[in-house]
Design a protein around this ligand. Structure first.
Ligand SMILES: [Ca+2]
Length: 141
């Protein structure tokens, strides 16, 4: 019984440990920002939502440094694709600078730039968190 209980605790301990972290996946097939978002929502959770320096590093490491990849940030005022706002930003000096550039990509040099949403780029998806299942996916559609 003791052994069984410790297995249970190990299981939930593992969940708690990874529950709050996002996992990022780089998709190299170039798509427009809206198509990339749809793809991520169908196959993962959403385009990458980056809210801290740690997540910023993880997202950067998920992609090849030489590629430019969409992330989940878009529009003015800047909003993440799941409708959340975050004070964390990683703009290249001079960005955002485009009057018609409403979507954001991670560019070589590990910085962000606004780019016209129809541009076809690779992109970074975010995998679902442990406690957010199909019902969450339903609300984001
Ligand atoms: Ca720009």
């Amino acid at each position: 019984m003791d052994r069984f209980m410790s297995l249970i605790f190990l299981f939930f301990g593992k969940f708690r440990e990874t529950g709050g972290l996002k996992t990022y996946v780089h998709i190299s097939t170039p798509l427009s920002w809206p198509d990339a978002r749809d793809y991520c929502r169908e196959n993962y959770k959403d385009l990458a939502l980056i809210e801290s320096e740690d997540e910023n590093t993880n997202a950067y490491q998920a992609k090849k440094s030489s590629s430019t990849a969409w992330i989940g940030l878009y529009r003015v005022p800047w909003t993440w694709s799941d409708n959340s706002s975050s004070s964390f930003t990683n703009w290249r000096s001079g960005e955002p600078n485009g009057r018609s550039e409403y979507c954001v990509a991670e560019i070589p040099g590990h910085l962000w730039a606004d780019i016209t949403c129809a541009t076809e780029l690779s992109f970074i998806c975010q995998e679902g968190e442990s406690f957010l299942g199909p019902s969450y996916r339903l609300h984001t559609k």
